[in-house]
Design a protein around this ligand. Structure first.
Ligand code: NDP
Length: 506
């Protein structure tokens, strides 16, 4: 890796010679080729044309979600022992591997301010000896929706209105009130944890239920949690507004600056493990992304830690081009029936094919650090040529020594049952109890007051019938919750807040 540029003094010593992109020496980078000093320019000035054409192509499509991000490289180390649950080499005692992390906001575009209240993406790529393992989560253990069919609609409510071209709180509350499983995530978003001071001061969560499987073919359900070792720290909306007035890049400054100074941030990896058959017994659906597994039921087990200790040398090449996808898993780690996870296995890899191209995994930052052998061929930007390693064995099966299946990587069957149909997730869904636990027991009185004010601040101007629906559900979570937000809204507007929708109140 090249030494980072030192910009404090002019360079002394030899410099490379400028060339065209074709490699030919280039004598003059100051003057276009013109007929006379005034111009016009000649069409044969190919270097001018190429320079302008390249500039037009400097941007790639930004991510539809998680466009604004901050990333760094690091190390993952296993200090605990969960070998009885998984055969994954990356999770065996003492294992160590290189990794990449990218944190992000969800809704803002690539130029958005860092210190906005939003869920933070927490995307990790582990370059393991058995291939890349990506754990692509958020700084929250749950999500807004449990069914991927709702995901594009949900994201539309977070993005700009087609006519006003502004983000519209009415759309967000309209959606959340009609998909009230979202109120668990909304509560976390509007609580202190919705605005971390910088990426190092927040937890990360795999959020989905994944599975682990061992050499004996036993499967266990698993949740991954990354606990910040820097401690949680948050800003209020007012504090963040002041920071945004001074810098829109506060997260980048903090993450890049800490790593440059040698203050390497760390997170402890914990897992919650559920025996396979327990999934039929829990009062909540353990595959529902809007629910947590209570720690008292499945206590967190310490596995190891990750440390971020190297900044990227080229942000575009290594962070913008980084492609994380839950489709990247290694033997010993598997999926679960979680509908959202199943959809992300497709949609994340597909997003990268669109954004970066079919062969995005050939880019250096995405390239596994172990040998890669497959029979995919050709296509734009396939600079690897032919990765089976043998040009005569360009199909499978073949008799000419091409790569063969590795039966040791066969995971145990995933138990699935039920009739195929469009149907409710489960017959009796309780979308209130876990939010009540959070509101009544986890949040302290002062944090609850800030939660109410944060929520009320986003409700100003939202039509009453939309808010009445939301208050109906907040009441069912906890009457004190609905009252707290209604009072804060009344203070913000000077008007009485709408009453909870009577048809909804239980
Ligand atoms: P516990 O008391 O065992 O755990 C509470 C959890 O809440 C801790 O993980 C803590 O994180 C986290 N927490 C503290 N403040 C906030 C906040 N403002 N926003 C979100 N999370 C916060 O309780 P349970 O496991 O029974 O869960 C109770 C509720 O806590 C859940 O319904 C859920 O809303 C929330 N929660 C649960 C998690 C889980 O995996 N069980 C994870 C995170 C939240 P930390 O340890 O980092 O301080």
């Amino acid at each position: 890796m090249a030494e980072p540029t030192k910009m404090t003094e002019p360079h002394k010593g030899p410099t490379p010679k400028l060339t065209t992109t074709g490699g030919a020496p280039w004598p003059n980078n100051q003057d276009s080729e013109t007929a006379g000093a005034r111009g016009p320019v000649l069409l044969q000035d190919y270097v001018l044309l190429e320079k302008l054409a390249h500039q037009n192509r400097e941007r790639i499509p930004e991510r539809v979600v998680h466009a604004k991000g901050w990333g760094a490289f690091g190390t993952f180390k296993v200090t605990g022992d969960i070998s009885k649950y998984t055969k994954a080499k990356v999770l065996q005692p003492g294992a160590e591997c290189e990794m990449l992390a990218r944190f992000s906001t969800v809704a803002g575009e690539a130029g958005a301010a860092d210190h906005e209240r939003d869920v933070r993406g927490f995307a990790l790529k582990f370059y393991t000896e058995e291939g890349n393992w990506d754990l692509v989560g958020n700084n929250t253990p749950v999500f807004f929706v449990r069914d991927p069919l709702k995901f594009p609609d949900f994201i539309h409510t977070q993005k700009r209105h087609p006519r006003t071209n502004m983000r519209e709180p009415y759309a967000q509350w309209d959606f959340w009130g009609q998909n009230y499983e979202a109120l668990h995530q909304v509560t976390i978003l509007m609580s202190d944890r919705g605005l971390p001071q910088d990426p190092t001061r927040m937890n990360g969560y795999g959020s989905h239920t994944y599975s682990l499987w061992n050499d004996a073919g036993e499967r266990f359900w698993v949740k991954f949690h990354w606990k910040t070792q820097q401690g949680h720290a948050h800003y209020t909306n007012d504090e963040a507004a002041k920071i945004i007035g001074q810098t829109r890049e506060g997260y980048q400054e903090a993450l890049f600056g800490k790593i440059e100074k040698g203050e390497f941030p760390r997170w402890t990896l914990q897992v919650q493990i559920m025996p396979e058959m327990d999934a039929d017994k829990t009062p909540y659906d353990p595959f529902d992304l809007t629910k947590v597994w209570p720690h008292s039921d499945y206590p967190p087990i310490e596995v190891g830690y990750m440390e971020l200790n190297r900044n990227a040398d080229n942000y575009f090449a290594q962070i913008e081009n980084a492609a994380f996808s839950p489709s990247n898993k290694v033997p010993g780690i598997g999926y679960s029936p979680d509908k959202m996870l199943q959809a992300r296995v497709f949609s994340y890899a597909d997003a990268h094919r669109y954004r970066l191209g079919t062969h995005y995994e050939q880019l250096p930052v995405n390239r596994p650090k172990c040998p890669v052998h497959h029979y995919h061929r050709d296509g734009q930007m396939n600079y690897d040529g032919f990765v089976s390693g043998n040009n005569d064995a360009y199909y499978e099966p073949n008799s000419f020594g091409g790569p063969l299946e590795d039966h040791g990587a066969q995971e145990p069957p995933l138990r699935l049952e039920g009739n195929a149909a469009r149907q409710k997730h489960v017959q009796q869904i309780d979308d209130y109890t876990q939010v009540r636990e959070l509101h009544d027991k986890v949040l302290g009185a002062e944090e609850r007051t800030r939660l109410y004010a944060n929520m009320a601040g986003t409700m100003v101007g939202v039509p009453e019938f939309i808010l009445a629906r939301v208050f109906g559900h907040l009441h069912n979570i906890s009457p004190a919750y609905a009252e707290g937000v209604r009072k804060a809204l009344a203070e913000a507007t000077g008007q009485p807040a709408p009453a909870p929708e009577p048809d909804l109140v239980k």
